[in-house]
Design a protein around this ligand. Structure first.
Ligand SMILES: [Ca+2]
Length: 456
């Protein structure tokens, strides 16, 4: 397998200083070391120049190694400004950094174990992962780009850019979802933060997948109160083919109990954005309320039981910790800001489990595939602060009243983890978020990883 990597040198101080580049340094003992730098206006600095002289020296060495194999990349040339004409753009083909196992055949045979591999690297704060096909993956990056990965190769061209995205702190381009009949209509949904309402709002829009690009179709839900913190924006279709949207309290916590506000809720609309007749509050998109910042939802397919994950208080708005996993019922009130952690008031629902200190759960996956039976029936979430993939094992499979039997951290040492999803192949994919300003950036960050089955 081969990967095409773009090389640009020199890195030029002005690009770093003007926050227009992302830089990924990939080093591997068994591969040619590369520096990969792509430029786009809306990117922030991906790697801080704490040791500028050393960085320059390293890049000079790398450039010398690969210069002979390089050819001009005209596409990248068109992205450079006049000031950057001194750049030399090169393309070189090298061995992939991802392992060859990712071409493993799909199978329904139960696995005996699992391993982890890198599917893609050099992502910039990936937020949501969806699978149009088993070998084509779309990833949203918080800065506003939709990226494409085909057969474990990251397309250097951006599939779509949300120009109006406000990318600050916890907000930006966030959720992606595919229409349940994507195969027929190619509808891709996205949730992002934009300027509006005198501040920041979230909106959900629909795009059409044209294969080599996405085109805008229509707005699905607009003017959801948002902010640079507590911006919600996980979107997913339920087993009822309705679109569910998580919304944060937008740092206006009282809105979470205001049934007339879309903040601090889980919303439910039909695929065109209309309010379903059987929603719990007639004429309202609100499906559940009293949420602080839910960012994970998924369903147990047999029963339709709905799970959510939610960030608990940070200290400024309550006792730290209290991250929640909830069972979502229509019309349910999950208490925020009246109560948090395990506290309940009459009329509010207690979480299935709460985590103190905080794990910062950023996603939710109910694993229903048979491919890795040791995971079947467990709920997973990506932990940002807890830095890993967390598995909740229930005492009884497919129970209508699930009880958490134990909590396992199945992935650690990769840094902050955001999305966790199951692929059509029954593998579990997860993304890191180490370039979001709150983590330690590792070589090649951010990554898309795959937990894949192995067989005796
Ligand atoms: Ca709660």
């Amino acid at each position: 397998m081969q990967t095409v990597c773009r090389l640009v040198y020199p890195p030029a101080d002005n690009l770093f200083i003007r926050s227009k580049c992302k830089a990924i340094f990939a080093f591997s003992e068994s591969y040619i070391p590369l520096s990969i730098i792509s430029c786009r206006d809306s990117y922030n600095i991906g790697m801080r120049r704490k040791k500028p002289l050393i960085n320059h020296l390293v890049l000079l060495v790398l450039f010398a190694i690969v210069l002979e194999a390089c050819t001009v990349d005209p596409q990248l040339a068109g992205m450079l400004t006049e000031d950057e004409l001194e750049f030399q753009q090169r393309t070189v083909v090298v061995d992939s950094l991802s392992s060859p196992e990712n071409t493993e055949e799909q199978t329904v045979e139960p696995a005996s174990g699992w391993r982890v591999e890198i599917i893609a690297e050099g992502l910039y704060i990936p937020w949501s992962v969806v699978f149009p096909t088993v070998d084509r993956i779309l990833v949203s990056e918080r800065s506003g780009a939709v990226r494409e990965i085909i057969n474990s190769e990251l397309n250097p061209d951006l599939l779509y850019i949300f120009e109006e995205v406000v990318s600050q702190e916890e907000a930006g381009l966030m959720g992606l979802a595919l229409h349940p009949q994507y195969d027929q209509n190619r509808f891709v949904y996205a949730c992002y933060a934009a300027a509006g309402g005198g501040g920041i709002i979230d909106k959900v829009v629909r795009l059409v997948d044209r294969g080599d690009s996405l085109t805008f179709d229509r707005v699905i839900v607009d003017n959801i109160p948002s902010a640079q913190y507590h911006a919600g924006c996980r979107i997913k279709f339920g087993p009822d083919d309705m679109l569910y949207i998580t919304t944060g309290d937008a740092v206006q916590k009282d809105l979470a109990q205001d049934i007339n506000s879309l903040a601090g809720k889980i919303l439910r609309v039909d695929p065109d954005g209309n309010i379903p007749a059987d929603n719990p509050f007639p004429g309202s998109q609100v499906y559940s309320l009293g949420h602080r910042n839910p960012q994970g939802i998924d369903w147990q397919p047999e029963s339709g039981l709905m799970f959510s994950s939610e960030h608990g208080p940070s200290g400024f708005d309550g006792s730290p910790g209290g991250d929640e996993i909830n069972l979502i019922v229509p019309g349910g009130n999950y208490g925020w800001p009246l109560v948090s952690h395990d506290e309940v008031l009459e009329g509010t629902l207690k979480p299935l489990i709460q985590f103190t200190p905080a794990e910062a759960p950023a996603s939710a996956l109910y694993y229903s595939s048979d491919v890795m039976p040791f995971f079947t029936g467990s709920l997973f979430f990506g932990a940002l602060r807890g830095e890993g993939v967390i598995q909740l094992v229930f005492s009884e499979a497919n129970s209508q009243n699930p009880e958490v039997e134990r909590v396992e951290k199945i992935i650690a040492d990769v840094g902050r983890v955001r999305d966790v999803v199951a692929g059509p192949d029954g593998s579990i994919y997860f993304t890191t978020s180490n370039r979001d300003g709150r983590g330690q950036v590792r070589d090649g960050d951010d990554h898309l990883y795959r937990i894949y089955p192995v067989f005796d």
